[in-house]
Design a binder for this molecule. Structure first.
Ligand SMILES: C[S@@+](CC[C@H](N)C(=O)[O-])C[C@H]1O[C@@H](n2cnc3c(N)ncnc32)[C@H](O)[C@@H]1O
Length: 363
């Protein structure tokens, strides 16, 4: 009608709805977008809390902000901002004695606890995925974590970097390692080779739970050296498991060297997501060649659903893969296709714990 605004034009200062539906006169809610925007602060204050040893300290003795400032050597304003935020994020509770960590914070944010995530969270100080760094990676399509240096070569050349990264992987893997050991039937298996086995967290858990198994861990030389020292420590704490007798280290390059030992199970945990699909297929083909008939391959990952629409926590890891590696988070369909392409049969998906799944297939 002449004189009436068309949909989308402004009348009396308000946009009229495009479809003329009275419901859409309500402004769209910005809360979800604001919450995404603000969530980087949550991640940063979590890392600061871990770095200060706040969760361990407050577990030992709860405290109010002024005492926290004194005990942890921070400013009064800083302590207050941190505590208010961590309390609102439900990592701390507060009563008349002051702030103390929730049971989840004690389990996962106190260093030295078996399933502590501190090593992973501490890595934020070295490799925080800031918008600036992410933009660089999105534009180039390449990793930018160590100013563009190739990650694995950088670890092999720099023991401290290797140690920080391996510690982070250990901490993210402690809980899924325990779950994996219980999710898969190893009763008829003899020897598990883990390719890119890092800290040995998976193999040590398997050996602890399945006393008839032997294991071989292949990784780059510097990582194997550090893992060897760690295995000696763990062995000293629980010699009855026999880690030193049952677990061999095989320093090497999984792309260049033949896969070691004579395994009847080969595990790739968080390996295929570091590489292109073609390189992943190459690794699976080496595993196929190294296994006897009836042998098994296990691919352990935080998978995307087949529509690649979530879960969000796993989709976001694709950004880490872009920033750190040549890879991407995978779907079960992609893993199944790669496995079938190189000859494995009956790929089967099994969720284990949290965001984790394992895909099992047979030669
Ligand atoms: C993402 S981490 C996974 C570690 C462990 N599997 C886990 O899930 O916690 C990747 C591992 O692959 C190892 N790696 C990278 N390139 C390798 C290569 N060419 N040969 C052997 N290992 C390699 C790294 O040193 C690192 O320990």
């Amino acid at each position: 009608m002449a004189g009436q605004p068309r949909g989308g034009e402004v009348a009396c200062g308000f946009p009229t709805p495009l479809n003329g539906d009275a419901m859409t006169l309500q402004p769209l809610d910005d809360t979800a977008i604001y919450d995404i925007y603000i969530s980087s602060r949550a991640s940063a204050c979590l890392a600061v809390g871990v770095r200060l040893g706040l969760f361990a300290g407050l577990e030992e003795r709860p405290a109010h902000a002024s005492e926290v400032a004194e005990r942890f050597g921070v400013s009064a304003r800083g302590a207050d901002a941190l505590l208010v935020s961590l309390h609102a994020l439900r990592l701390l509770v507060r009563d008349e004695r002051g702030y103390r960590p929730t049971p989840e914070a004690v389990e996962y944010l106190v260093p030295g606890r078996p399933k502590s995530l501190c090593g992973l969270i501490e890595l934020e100080f070295d490799a925080f995925l800031s918008p600036e760094r992410l933009l660089r990676s999105v534009q180039s399509g390449e990793g930018a974590v160590y100013d563009g240096d190739e990650v694995w070569g950088a670890h092999d050349a720099d023991p401290e970097r290797a140690a920080r990264f391996t510690k982070a992987m250990h901490s993210i893997s402690a809980r899924p390692a325990a779950a994996l050991a219980q999710s898969i039937d190893f009763s008829n298996s003899r020897c598990v080779l883990e390719v890119g086995g890092g800290s040995g967290v998976y193999l040590m858990e398997l050996l602890r739970s399945h006393r008839h198994l032997r294991a071989v861990l292949m990784d780059l030389p510097e990582v194997c050296k550090q893992t060897g020292l760690r295995i000696e420590q763990v062995h000293a704490e629980s010699p009855e498991v026999g880690f030193l007798d049952r677990l061999d280290l095989a320093p090497g390059d999984m792309f260049r060297d033949q896969l070691p030992g004579s395994p009847d199970v080969i595990l790739f945990s968080q390996i295929l997501h570091d590489w292109s699909l073609e390189q992943g297929r190459e690794l699976l083909a080496s595993a196929f060649d190294a296994l006897p008939s009836g042998g098994r391959v296990l691919v352990h990952e935080k998978l995307l659903n087949d529509e690649r629409s979530g879960p969000p926590a796993n989709a976001l890891v694709t950004l880490d893969m872009l920033f750190w590696t040549e890879g991407q988070q995978l779907t079960f369909g992609e893993v199944r296709t790669m496995m079938s392409d190189v000859g494995f049969r009956e790929p089967r998906l099994q969720p284990t714990v949290g965001y984790w799944s394992v895909v099992e297939a047979w030669k």
